[in-house]
Design a protein around this ligand. Structure first.
Ligand SMILES: [Zn+2]
Length: 220
């Protein structure tokens, strides 16, 4: 093991020490309240990417957000017996049914490697040589093919094409969430709202999708 590898783990242990001192030694420790239960009102589906930690980006405290992190923040559509879907949807189901969250956010981001792999496949390139990753990012294939077709005229830069694919896949994840009746029912009753967000790593901007048009614009 290299010195860097040892150091990276020690840094986490230091972080755990600081966290315990901060959150467990205060006069009104937050974690003492949270040890009796959690009641987050927002569920965020974010990418596993190390640069887009939802708690950090959104300034959330422990207990504020229920988070699902998967490669490319993809949500599979409903399909009986599909355990790939279950991995994500088990967490979404718990957040929606057991915790009763009011909002589900699918949050994409710039420079997403998962979406890039899906775009490469949509352009006919070889899928990534991974047993599990290739089939997973193929969930974004439909969204990416749409973007490739739209951009065939050459009017988009590579960066704009990547952004379009990342944002389109977020919208597809929202559509896939609605393929589950227990989500669609709550949305129709006004008990649950679905949101599409996209974080720009370069600028720190948060873009949100208009619920009617699906067009993303800067919100924060
Ligand atoms: Zn990503």
């Amino acid at each position: 093991m290299t010195e860097k590898s040892k150091g990276s783990l020690l840094a986490l242990l230091d972080g755990a020490h600081t966290f315990r001192q901060t959150e467990y030694n205060g006069e009104h420790p937050l974690m003492a309240r949270l040890s009796r239960g959690q009641d987050p009102d927002v569920l965020i589906i974010a990418c596993s990417d190390s640069r887009v930690d939802p708690a950090l980006i959104f300034g959330a405290r422990p207990g504020d957000i229920f988070v699902v992190r998967v490669v490319a923040n993809l949500v599979p559509p409903r399909s009986d017996g599909d355990f790939m879907a279950h991995a994500v949807m088990a967490a979404v189901e718990y957040g929606v049914k057991a915790l009763g969250v009011s909002h589900v956010v699918a949050c994409g981001h710039s420079h997403c490697g998962g979406i890039k792999a899906a775009m490469d496949a949509a352009r006919g390139q070889e899928p990534p040589p991974f047993e599990c990753l290739g089939p997973w990012v193929a969930l974004a294939d439909g969204a990416c093919r749409e973007v490739v077709t739209e951009g065939s005229g050459g009017e988009r830069t590579d960066a704009e094409t990547a952004t379009a694919a990342e944002q389109r896949s977020v919208l597809r994840s929202l559509a896939n969430l609605r393929s589950y009746a227990w989500i669609q029912d709550r949305v129709e009753k006004g008990d649950l709202a679905l949101h599409g967000w996209w974080f720009d790593i370069d600028t720190g901007e948060l873009w949100t999708a208009n619920s009617e048009t699906g067009v993303f614009s800067v919100a924060a």
